[in-house]
Ligand binder design. Structure first.
Ligand SMILES: Cc1ncc(COP(=O)(O)O)c(C=O)c1O
Length: 385
């Protein structure tokens, strides 16, 4: 059997909503389905205001505008993330300041933040890696003490929870991605989340190409004009209709991913003697099971494991090249901590296939990874420095 790394989620209800949008005569942005999605985020996830965007990257770009990022300002990030997280701010001239991640969760290590803060810092931007939220209470407390904005890169975390609250509602600003690789997808898409009401109006201006068109729609003005920077961030209502179909079924989609995640966890638990750790769900956290990762201490074990999986038709992926050591990162960023965990993850972290699998597929991958772990845990193995 061949098990790909991912398959985009499909629920069956997207097509009807898409047809309705197609036949409505309105294919531009901010139509019926865009509004339905916005309302869904408020009602279901308790997010102050949401604006759909054409990608998670665009949503992050909007957060960068709202944070007033510019040259001579700094934003603190984990280095173990995707280029878009930092690019949004670098495009506005700000400097990314990278710190290490926590070994247990691979999320931003809050203990390293204070040391990275300077008088140029404007924001802290944690990501919710693999769908598991970062430790937001600690991050928010440090931000409050230092008068900084917090921006959650929740690209991977729609539907995940931290201490009973949903990702996207955990700080002032955030970004979701609905790219085909995500647990809820409309092909390409995203959303800006805003929980600070003082930023609502400006966000709306940015969304609509820097105009105050929203005030005309609210009946507050009779003519709109150019009032701010901005871009064409809003997606077609056809895309919003597909997303709405997915959102209706998000719990079912996440349950199917949970079945895969639980099967992996069951196998991995039997190999606690091997030098590795894997995606956890600590108490107080709920995941959307976006991804399942294994971090090996030892490159030989990792390579043997991956080779065995690949020989048996199971695709596993190495994950991020850390941003601080990437070509662009070396040119534009600075680091403010040791990067031991990030560097190790850059070499030795892999992700297993994750998509809503059927039982036969789950059983097959479970057996392959079980045999792969048996196979690679035998010889005298060197541990990474
Ligand atoms: C952590 C993170 N940030 C940002 C993005 C960018 O999202 P998109 O692909 O929708 O632009 C992604 C998606 O790949 C991501 O995983």
């Amino acid at each position: 059997m061949k098990i790909p790394f991912m398959k985009p989620p499909i629920t069956g209800s997207e097509q009807n909503f898409f047809n309705e949008a197609w036949e409505s005569g309105w294919h531009g942005g901010d139509g019926k389905f865009t509004k339905l999605c916005h309302e869904f985020f408020k009602q279901e996830f308790g997010i102050g205001k949401t604006l759909l965007t054409t990608s998670g990257t665009d949503a992050l770009e909007m957060t960068s505008f709202l944070a007033n990022s510019m040259p001579d300002k700094e934003v603190i990030f984990p280095s173990y993330t995707f280029s878009s997280t930092a690019n949004a701010f670098v495009s506005h001239g700000a400097t990314p300041v990278f710190i290490d991640v926590d070994r247990e969760t691979l999320n931003l290590d809050p203990n390293l933040i204070e040391n990275a803060i300077t008088d140029k810092t404007i924001a802290i931007c944690p990501i919710h890696y693999a769908g598991l939220p970062a430790d937001m209470d600690k991050i928010n407390a440090i931000a409050k003490k230092n008068n900084l904005l917090v921006i959650e890169d929740a690209a991977q975390a729609i539907g995940s929870k931290y201490k009973g609250r949903f990702a996207g509602s955990l700080c002032e600003l955030g970004a979701f991605s609905f790219h085909a690789t995500k647990s809820i997808s409309c092909g390409e898409g995203g959303a800006l989340t805003i929980n600070d009401p003082t930023l609502f109006e400006r966000a709306q201006f940015l969304w609509e190409k820097g105009t105050d068109r929203s005030l005309v729609l609210e009946g507050k003005l009779n003519k709109y004009q150019w009032v701010d920077k901005g871009s064409s961030f809003l997606p077609s209502d056809l895309i919003a209709a597909i997303l709405y179909g997915q959102l209706q079924n998000y719990k079912e989609l996440h349950q199917k991913r949970k079945n895969v995640f639980d099967a992996y966890t069951e196998v991995l638990k039997n190999y606690s003697h091997l030098p590795l750790n894997f995606a956890p769900i600590p108490e107080g956290y709920e995941s959307n099971y976006h991804a399942f990762w294994i971090l090996f201490d030892n490159i030989e074990i990792k390579e043997k494991f991956q080779q065995y999986c690949s020989d048996n038709g199971v695709v596993s992926y190495n994950h991020y090249v850390p941003l601080h050591s990437s070509k662009m990162g070396e040119r534009v960023s600075r680091t403010a901590s040791k990067m031991n965990v990030t560097d190790l993850a850059g070499e030795n972290c892999i992700r297993l296939p994750m998509f809503p699998m059927n039982n036969e597929e789950i059983d097959y991958v479970r057996d392959v990874i079980d045999s792969a772990l048996k196979n690679c845990g035998t010889k005298n193995l060197k541990t990474a420095a």
